[in-house]
Design a protein around this ligand. Structure first.
Ligand code: GLA
Length: 748
């Protein structure tokens, strides 16, 4: 639903001297000062550390102190980067709004601020100070017939988010090329961090200096992408998990989109993002509106603080999953396309005996889908492999107190399918004569065609109506190339993305409680818009624990552990060929929504016993893992990674030490456990589950902790002076449980 339009003061057609309004929003240690000087478009005078109560004079001081001197040979007024930067304010960098009318006009808007609303009430005061709040600015260029409803929200978590909707109030259509929002960051932000990636290697960090020019991350894949920027950060040189001021943005959109970091010659630096529109795809008719996605922005001292605002925000949502995330078994790497009832029920028995709580049947159950070359789009149970339907398997699973989940890929279609043969015009493609290159032997169904949408929706509904299905693993296994409606040749990417959201929304509305896992060739659809309608993401098709150490670590920069599908696979990784012990596989999977993806019929009795112990541990600790705060220790280049989850009360924590490589010196530095209360005393207990890590040489403190019932240690030692690290072989890990010691009873 598009928000109600807020009134524009129709007398405002140019910046008005004196029409200055300033707002200070603050929440959870973050201040945002918005400045509408002389009725110009809103600029941010400060986004960062809490400024405390400012009062009118303080608010003016913040805004005035943020004004630059005017250099020679530049526009004659100080340049401010507005939230929607434009040339009429002297901004010579990337404009926020680009587009034009059929006669070529309208490309250089002169927006000014009309009305302002604070939490739904018109704002007339020149100075306003408030906590978390929603501010809406009505921007208008009356001459060119453009209005922008700019919404800025500071959420209770200190997370900032903004979005803009453009209305065409002119008489001719407006072809929109770009609507990108931008947030200024100060000159202290000298370094950038964002992510690269590919299939089986999602979220690989990359750093660079924040120099003059634009670091532009454009996505034209029609899905969020294994190489998505994820969160684009700018921060003080060398910023880490715990230190250095950091500002990060995330564009919440699952179709084409962009993130950018730009520094112009004046020294102004901005972080921005928005949807990436294809030529001609958004043509706004007179009176119509285009609304862009949310741009989320998180500030903190260190990357943990930035991540924690995202986590708290997601956890505060009404529909957020509960903490008893069910131990899941997915059959994919166990059986692939070999669907055999006897084998699958046997797997279900083995899973149930281990304490598995959800059983997911993956690809291969429908239409002609006996391998990945055909059948997508025909969402009807294959009678060839399932002569009695899915009922017998589902009954078997649910009788063993497990919930049943099913794999689907609703946006896709195989050329070799009933639906594509009947409706070749339902495939997205550039023209009636041509189709895009196939990718994984498949094409994309054009969900913007109402009949195609109805086809897939109705088939999905029929499955959900017939069977007891608690969750869907919703896959999306290809990029969208040449994504147009074939009959017209018009780009359909924008509408396709919205239609996919609508499909998820309709299925969820009709089946309350239905969970959806967002999968896309592994982790290529991880973003905050898809997470509005999904309940977990599949981080990667690579379950190699060494790789997952990195991918899970950085996926968690945006989403909390309970939303990250994290499985224990067979000893030899199917995607890297590496061999790992069960304890390292389970150790690495534990910090996430735990599952198994392994042919249990091949596991030995010892392995099954160990697996059971890990599952028990997960079930014991999931409450902590999914309500606590994630902390990651800064250990430079050291391959001994230390991370933990600490309860909000700081009375309990679980830490994991993982050796992801070897060091040049035999002894690595001290381990400092970030985030604990330095004034408390904690009992530290090493948790040794299953096989002892190979070549573990414990230092004396660990020796004692292993022999006795752990070790009571002052928080200051854990947090500040640190403990000598044990020696460990690579690809081995250790877990530590920490519990605050209750104060001894006072001596009478
Ligand atoms: C994708 C997913 C896998 C699996 C296969 C099925 O690659 O990421 O987990 O579901 O599809 O074809």
């Amino acid at each position: 639903m598009s928000p109600r339009r807020i009134p524009v003061d129709s007398t405002v057609i140019a910046p008005r001297p004196g029409a200055t309004r300033r707002l200070h929003l603050h929440a959870a240690g973050v201040s945002v000062v918005l400045d509408v000087t002389d009725g110009r478009i809103p600029a941010i005078a400060h986004w960062g550390a809490e400024l405390g109560k400012l009062g009118p004079a303080g608010l003016d001081a913040v805004c005035e102190a943020a004004v630059d001197p005017v250099p020679h040979n530049a526009v004659d007024v100080p340049v401010r980067s507005g939230l929607l930067p434009q040339q009429s304010d002297g901004w010579i960098g990337r404009p926020g709004l680009s587009g034009s009318r059929p006669d070529g006009s309208g490309w250089v808007p002169r927006l000014v601020t009309g009305g302002i609303e604070l939490d739904g009430h018109p704002l007339s005061r020149a100075h306003t100070e408030t906590g978390a709040a929603t501010v809406r600015f009505a921007l208008a260029d009356e001459e060119q017939g453009l209005e922008v409803d700019l919404e800025v929200q500071l959420l209770p978590t200190g997370l900032l988010r903004l979005r803009a909707a453009l209305t065409n109030t002119g008489a001719t259509p407006y072809a929109l090329d770009e609507l990108t929002l931008a947030l200024p960051v100060p000159a202290e932000a000298e370094e950038l961090l964002d992510f690269a990636g590919r299939w089986t290697r999602e979220r690989t960090p990359q750093r660079r200096d924040f120099t003059v020019g634009t670091h532009l991350r454009e996505n034209r894949r029609g899905r969020t992408g294994a190489d998505a920027a994820h969160v684009l950060h700018a921060g003080q040189t060398g910023f880490g998990f715990r230190d250095g001021e950091v500002w990060g943005v995330h564009t919440a959109f699952s179709g084409n989109h962009r993130h950018l970091a730009e520094q112009i010659s004046t020294g102004h630096r901005v972080l921005g993002g928005g949807e990436l529109l294809l030529p001609g795809e958004v043509r706004i008719d007179p009176g119509a509106q285009y609304r862009g996605p949310w741009l989320y922005a998180s500030y903190g001292e260190g990357l943990d603080a930035v991540a924690s605002r995202f986590h708290r925000h997601l956890r505060a949502r009404e529909h957020h999953v509960d903490r008893r995330r069910p131990v899941t078994l997915n059959v994919w790497e166990a059986v692939y396309f070999d669907h055999d009832l006897a084998r699958l029920t046997d797997l279900a028995d083995r899973a149930a005996a281990l304490g598995v709580e959800r059983y997911v049947l993956d690809d291969g159950w429908f239409g002609s889908r006996r391998d990945d070359s055909s059948g997508l789009g025909d969402w009807v149970v294959s009678r060839e492999v399932w002569p009695d339907g899915l009922g017998p398997l589902i009954d078997h699973v649910t009788e063993r107190s497990m919930e049943f989940g099913l794999w689907v890929e609703p946006e896709m279609v195989s050329e070799d399918s009933e639906v594509a043969r009947a409706h070749p015009e339902w495939i997205l493609g550039p023209s009636p004569a041509a189709l895009p290159l196939e990718s994984r032997h498949q094409q994309v169904l054009n969900l913007t065609i109402p009949e195609a949408f109805a086809h897939v929706r109705d088939q999905m509904m029929a499955l959900l109506d017939e069977y007891d299905i608690g969750s869907l693993k919703w896959d999306h296994n290809r990029d969208l190339l040449e994504a147009a409606t074939r009959s017209t040749g018009r780009a359909a990417m924008h509408e396709q993305t919205l239609a996919a959201y609508r499909l998820m929304d309709e299925l969820r509305a009709a089946h309350p409680g239905l969970e959806i896992e967002s999968c896309s060739s592994g982790g290529a659809r991880v973003d905050l818009a898809v997470l509005e309608r999904t309940d977990r993401v599949w981080v990667s098709d690579c379950i190699d624990p060494l790789e997952r150490q990195q991918m899970n670590r950085w996926t968690a920069q945006l989403i909390p552990l309970e939303l990250m599908g994290s499985h224990i696979a067979s000893g030899r990784s199917h995607t890297t060929g590496r061999l790992h012990t069960l304890s390292f596989r389970a150790h690495s999977a534990l910090f996430g929504h735990l599952g198994i993806e392994w042919d249990l019929a091949e596991a030995s009795e010892e392995e099954l016993a160990e697996l059971r112990a890990w599952i028990d541990l997960y079930r014991e600790r999931r409450e902590l893992l999914f309500r606590g705060d994630l902390v990651r220790a800064d250990r430079g280049e050291s391959p001994l990674w230390l991370q933990g989850v600490i309860s909000p009360e700081r009375d309990e924590a679980l830490f994991s030490l993982s050796a992801v490589g070897r060091t040049a010196t035999s002894q690595d530095a001290h381990l400092r456990f970030p985030g604990l209360d330095p004034s408390a005393t904690y009992r530290l207990r090493p948790l040794l589950i299953g096989e002892r890590p190979s070549n573990l040489i414990p230092p004396p403190w660990l020796e004692r902790a292993l022999e006795e019932d752990g070790l009571a240690l002052p928080g200051a030692v854990l947090v500040r002076s640190g403990l000598t690290a044990p020696l460990l072989d690579p690809e081995q890990g250790l877990l530590f449980s920490l519990v605050r010691e209750t104060d001894p009873a006072p001596v009478p």
